[in-house]
Design a protein around this ligand. Sequence first.
Ligand SMILES: CC(C)(COP(=O)(O)OP(=O)(O)OC[C@H]1O[C@@H](n2cnc3c(N)ncnc32)[C@H](O)[C@@H]1OP(=O)(O)O)[C@@H](O)C(=O)NCCC(=O)NCCS
Length: 179
Amino acid sequence: MTAIVVETERLILRRLTLDDLDALAALYRDPEVRRYFPDGVRTREQTRAELEWVIDVYYGQYGYGLWAAVLKETGAFIGRCGLLPWEIAGRTEVEVAYLLDPAYWGRGLATEAARAIVQHAFGTLPVDRLICLLDPENRASRGVAVKLGMTLLWNDYVDEYGLSHVYAVDRPGPGGSPS
Ligand SMILES: CC(C)(COP(=O)(O)OP(=O)(O)OC[C@H]1O[C@@H](n2cnc3c(N)ncnc32)[C@H](O)[C@@H]1OP(=O)(O)O)[C@@H](O)C(=O)NCCC(=O)NCCS
């Protein structure tokens, strides 16, 4: 199997490859899945471009990025989660990102993946904090962020995509737990 990055009780998070294009494109063309993404649904070609960017730029230059979420029980590709770099107010912030197939929503899987990602990030990256950028209406995404121990940092962050709420959790102190 392609490089495993993180393992949880129910999930394997592994690097994406171009072989994931069909499964990822099926999620990205679903309006329900892409409801709170400012650029909306994606075509297969747009998904391919994102996948190539993740592999070439994120893995190649940053060493992290979005990873495939695979359900251990069945081996099914159920979404993509991971870490994304952003330049905000002159500093690099790292976002915890998650997107799952609706068939698997409501089982705590995003929280399970995201908690492992937070631990992985604080264990491997020199970051003081991690963030989530949320559409203010995206209650499910906020629910996951809050379960990670995140709190609202900015409610007025505006970029070319519009207004977002930014949630953040600080690196835990010695002996502390991030979530
Ligand atoms: C956001 C997303 C990944 C959550 O996945 P999930 O596996 O269903 O989330 P979890 O089961 O771990 O839920 C965690 C918490 O979020 C909240 N939550 C989840 N779904 C919710 C919903 N539809 N409405 C309100 N709160 C919700 C709850 O507080 C939940 O905790 P609880 O079950 O103890 O009450 C999923 O809804 C998704 O893929 N959405 C589309 C992509 C997306 O918007 N990603 C985020 C972009 S910023």
